[in-house]
Design a protein around this ligand. Structure first.
Ligand code: UTP
Length: 534
């Protein structure tokens, strides 16, 4: 077992880790790897332009940028609490001069233009243009057989077929682009890597940064509990016969034979917790910048390559389709010395991991197998449920996700649709301080965002939207009752031309009628009490 920490979201230890982490976030640079083809999802655009959920229609990239800005703009707090309950003044001292938190996005030829245009069209979602840098990875030639003959394009026999080289390219690109040196000169201390569709990642980043800082980790892999033999890479401590040690992601299909051949004849089995002792890597990584920059000066960021051909049959002579050399960003610790402090942070699935990778058809097959579907449908409901659970932990009375409606053939538990925006709270402690009494029905929808919003007493049966700019403080106090919004299945309609692609991916549309909602949007500074004021 490698060094690491299992963190219970909302517990006292978590609150303390977040206090540390949220301060460290000011000295952090974020890196989004978004060069992947997304073949499994089968969406015609780029994954980061997809809405996370249909209630607020926030796009993945927008959510990430806004979370970074929320971390950047929050008031520094001596005691970790920046906004008191019910609009009370900050308990914190002076506002720290805002320092920009950089974001680098790795794109590829498949995603570059669309990512740039998404940012340009949306005014960088409120970020300054200088704080966002796009770095583009190149594709590599494909191989056609076991002798590594090069594959030619089907439509042009004088051109090589090319495919992406894997997210491991991010390390060399950060080095050669000069970004690492720039961040070092800006006094940054950490680099956080995250992937294109995990809407929950910023829920756990402050706590995980707290773990990196308190355990002095050079490399920290964010993980979730992993059932034995589950198809997720496992973080493990490998010890060589000559005594060298390395903490690294071991692919699930290699873990079981490795354990059988070494420490456990039973292989990859659950322990008394009901999970494998080796946590599941979700590939959100935190590195300590000074050590990382120094190491990359030595290696140039080169990552060990591998090849993973899919064969037509068991003779393993013919490939199903051309393959290529790839590299993975989680393999970076392989280049580190034995003394490097490499570890992990485990959070529960509900708060840390909700990828959207699979098409409706593949998701349905996984659903029938009892596996997580990782579809746009599950991604949406998991986001709501995570927000609802955070509010429950903060004392709210919110029914469990139990409605079994069928979307794209999958019956996934649906509860109240809760969207807590990035500005409402960056940490659990901040969230808790803003929640007084809150009760809502299972069919309700609550969308709430704004740094100075708090709930004193809310009884909700229907749809309530509160969205407030910084400088306008709002106290929610009262009963809201209306017909609410309706999540309507589009039946077996995906593939039909009339249905928008993003709706087809989820299997539903949301019927939003103005008469069925209470909406409070404040765009100018001031103070208000809702629902009584408009
Ligand atoms: P995925 O495993 O989801 O792969 O990548 P993918 O290529 O996006 O999707 P499929 O396999 O074709 O269905 C994990 C993360 O790594 C990024 C992806 O954008 C995603 O954020 N990635 C992957 C890159 O940035 N570059 C690559 O060459 C591959």
């Amino acid at each position: 077992m490698p060094a690491g920490k299992v963190v219970k979201y909302g517990g006292q230890e978590h609150v303390e880790l977040e206090r540390v982490g949220v301060e460290e976030a000011r000295s952090t640079a974020f890196v989004l790897v978004a060069g992947g083809l997304g073949e499994r999802l089968g969406y015609s655009g780029i994954k980061v332009e997809l809405p996370v959920e249909q209630a607020s229609e926030t796009k993945y990239l927008e959510l990430y940028v806004k979370n970074i800005l929320a971390l950047q703009n929050r008031e520094a707090s001596g005691d970790g609490v920046s906004v008191g309950c019910c609009g009370a003044k900050s308990t914190a001292g002076a506002e720290v001069k805002s320092q920009m938190i950089p974001l680098a996005i790795m794109t590829s030829d498949d995603t570059h233009e669309k990512t740039l245009s998404l940012l340009e069209k949306n005014d960088y979602f409120g970020a300054s243009k200088e704080q966002v840098t796009l770095i583009k990875q190149e594709k590599v030639p494909c191989l056609i057989d076991n002798d590594a003959h090069l594959a030619l394009k089907d439509d042009d026999q004088y051109k090589l077929q090319l495919k992406p080289h894997g997210h491991g390219d991010v390390h060399s690109l950060l080095h050669t682009s000069g970004l690492l040196s720039k961040w070092m000169s800006q006094g940054k201390k950490w680099v956080v890597f995250f992937q294109d569709t995990n809407s929950l990642v910023f829920r756990v980043i402050p706590g995980a940064l707290g773990v990196s800082k308190s355990m002095n980790l050079e490399f920290n892999s964010l993980c979730v509990p992993r059932k034995a033999k589950e198809a997720v890479g496992a973080i493990s401590l490998l010890t060589h016969t000559d005594g060298r040690k390395m903490t690294i992601n071991v692919e699930y299909n290699q873990l079981d034979p490795l354990l059988r051949a070494t420490t456990n004849p039973d292989g990859d089995v659950n322990d008394t917790t009901g999970f494998s002792p080796f946590p599941g890597n979700i590939n959100q990584l935190i590195v300590s910048l000074p050590e990382y920059a120094k190491q990359l000066k030595k290696t140039g960021g080169a990552i060990e390559e591998f090849v993973n051909p899919k064969y037509k049959d068991s003779t393993k002579t013919t490939f199903k389709s051309p393959t290529r050399l790839e590299c993975m960003m989680q393999d970076y610790p392989k280049s580190l010395g034995t003394k490097a402090k490499v570890g992990f942070t485990v959070f529960d699935n509900w708060v840390g991991y909700s990828p959207v990778k699979n098409s409706p058809a593949d998701g349905l097959a996984k659903f029938k197998n009892g596996d997580p579907t990782h579809t746009a449908t599950s991604g949406e409901f998991e986001f709501y449920e995570c927000c609802a659970e955070m509010l429950r932990l903060a004392g709210a009375d919110i029914p469990a996700a139990t409605i079994d409606q069928e979307f794209n053939g999958m019956k996934l538990p649906m509860g109240p649709r809760v969207v807590i925006g990035p500005n409402f709270a960056s940490t659990f402690e901040e969230l808790k301080a803003k929640i007084g009494k809150l009760k809502m029905t299972a069919t309700s929808t609550l969308i709430i965002d704004g740094a100075d919003v708090s709930i004193k007493n809310l009884d909700l049966d229907g749809t309530l939207i509160v969205n407030v700019v910084k400088g306008h403080s709002v106290v929610i106090d009262g009963v809201v009752k209306n017909k609410g919004w309706n999540w309507k299945s589009i039946g077996g309609g995906f593939g039909s031309r009339k249905i928008r692609e993003i709706d087809a991916l989820r299997g539903f549309t949301v019927e939003k009628k103005p008469e069925n909602e209470a909406r409070f949007i404040f765009e100018q500074p001031g103070s208000s009490k809702v629902p009584s004021a408009k």
